[in-house]
Design a protein around this ligand. Structure first.
Ligand SMILES: Nc1nc2c(ncn2[C@@H]2O[C@H](COP(=O)(O)OP(=O)(O)OP(=O)(O)O)[C@@H](O)[C@H]2O)c(=O)[nH]1
Ligand SMILES: [Mg+2]
Length: 440
């Protein structure tokens, strides 16, 4: 999903990481690239322009503050703006709390209306509600049949009347639902290839006859800005209550998703993520933003790091690590910093590029406790000069910390290996780690 956009943004942020600090110049350059990436993803040009302006203003504002890493700082700002663009919070659909709740489903031909009608019916069914699907497309008998097959497959009641107008079919359907204790009515309306006045008049009549609780427009996210224009016109005529983005599982470029709310002012409520009827999700602006940025939970990591890590100290630590000058005192303070941030394995999973490698790997906190105890049994002199720790010192440390000599040996071995590793690794490799965290 949105792969091209993700790649472009990632390349921009990577470049920024190469700079030591944010400056107006490198922010401007990056923002030009971000704007280009958005336009290539078919985002509405005004939306792209305003977006970049907002990010730039915020980024310039952070120049003066000490940043953890310029790339990450910008990612955080871009992420927040993306969330804002996509709607900030989840916009829920009408609850199934009265008899009947009426959903009107509209959209152009092929947008995914039939599929969504089935998905909503299945959702209701799973919540132990009685659902009804109503075929109000009188132009194509095949459409009525298709919906009937779908309804049968999930054992949901199907409603249609021959030789009646769509607005009459819908009105009858709601009346039927009221009499038969049906909880959720899904009105499937006809689509057109293009928006035309006849269609809009028909839909307006359905609306006025049925007073739907929700008028959902299905917008095909593969069609980019066309979907946005369609949504705008539907909204102008029908005052739709929500957009459903369909085919978000495909290789959509992102334009529709990123522009539609800003341009129409109408919330995206649901995301249709596949052809299967169970592939329906509430639309989460924050999750989509994270996915676009391909950064896993980097945002929460930066937030956590900002809250808990002493930046200056972390930077000094990074220096020491890379010069392989760190000792057991540094080791202890790193452990403390990490601990402040929460469970270690969740932290590791949040580090970009580490998530995948460490999937399934659990860091044993007891192991960390043990190592900490061993270090604490060392004298100050030993901590600063690990190479003086000979056999008798090892025995003393083991006894003092309640561990075996093997455990002490193991820690010392790991420590010296880590030191060696750091002296071999160029500074570049660990630029991305927030606050010079120890990558174990
Ligand atoms: N991958 C994917 N395919 C979808 C999704 N939603 C719908 N489709 C497919 O898109 C095609 C059109 O979907 P329909 O639900 O028939 O669309 P419609 O708006 O009812 O189309 P018409 O009745 O022809 O106007 C079908 O092949 C669906 O299987 C989705 O979220 N993901
Ligand atoms: Mg259909």
């Amino acid at each position: 999903m949105f792969d091209n956009l993700s790649d472009k943004l990632e390349a921009t942020f990577k470049k920024l990481r190469g700079h030591g600090k944010l400056s107006e110049k490198n922010i401007k350059e990056s923002m030009r690239e971000v704007r280009q990436a958005l336009l290539e993803a078919d985002v509405n040009y005004k939306v792209a322009r305003d977006f970049v302006k907002a990010v730039e203003a915020k980024a310039v504002g952070t120049i003066v503050t000490q940043s953890i890493d310029p790339g990450q700082q910008i990612i955080k700002i871009v992420h927040d703006e993306l969330v804002d663009l996509l709607g900030t919070t989840v916009a829920p659909i009408a609850p199934f709390d009265k008899q009947p709740v009426v959903f009107m489903i509209c959209g152009l031909q092929g947008s995914g209306k039939t599929t969504l009608t089935g998905k909503l019916a299945l959702l209701a069914k799973r919540k132990k509600k009685k659902a009804l699907v109503v075929a109000a497309d009188i132009y194509r008998p095949a459409a009525v049949k298709q919906l009937k097959v779908l309804a049968d497959s999930i054992e949901v009641e199907h409603f249609h009347i021959e030789n009646k107008k769509p607005e009459e079919i819908c009105k009858e359907a709601v009346r039927y639902a009221e009499k038969n204790f049906i909880d959720v009515v899904n009105l499937y309306t006809a689509g057109r290839l293009h928006i035309d006045d006849d269609l809009m008049v028909e839909l307006e009549q359905v609306k006025s006859n049925c007073k739907p609780d929700e008028i959902l427009l299905v917008a095909d996210s593969m069609t980019g800005q066309d979907a946005v224009n369609v949504a705008k016109e539907f909204h102008d005529r029908l005052d739709i209550t929500g957009v459903v983005l369909s085919k978000l599982d495909g290789d959509a470029r992102g334009g529709a998703a990123l522009s539609i709310r800003k341009v129409t002012g109408c919330p995206i409520k649901l995301a249709s993520m596949g052809e299967k009827l169970s592939d329906l999700e509430p639309f989460h602006p924050d999750r989509l933003a994270s996915r676009i940025l391909g950064m896993g939970d980097i945002v929460s990591l930066v937030e956590k790091a900002q809250e808990t890590i002493d930046i200056k100290q972390a930077e000094q630590m990074q220096e020491k690590l890379l010069k392989a000058k760190f000792d057991f005192n540094d080791y202890l303070s790193q452990m403390e910093q990490l601990r402040k941030m929460g469970p270690l394995d969740s932290i590791m999973g949040m580090i970009p590029g580490m998530g995948k490698q460490l999937k399934g790997l659990k860091i044993d906190e007891r192991e960390v406790d043990r190592m900490t105890a061993i270090v604490k049994s060392m004298t100050a002199h030993e901590r600063r000069n690990p190479n003086i720790i000979d056999g008798s010192r090892r025995r003393r440390i083991a006894a003092g910390s309640g561990n075996s000599i093997q455990a002490v040996n193991q820690l010392l071995k790991q420590f010296s290996m880590m030191k060696k590793m750091f002296s071999n690794i160029g500074k570049k490799k660990f630029k991305g780690l927030p606050g010079g965290m120890m990558p174990f």
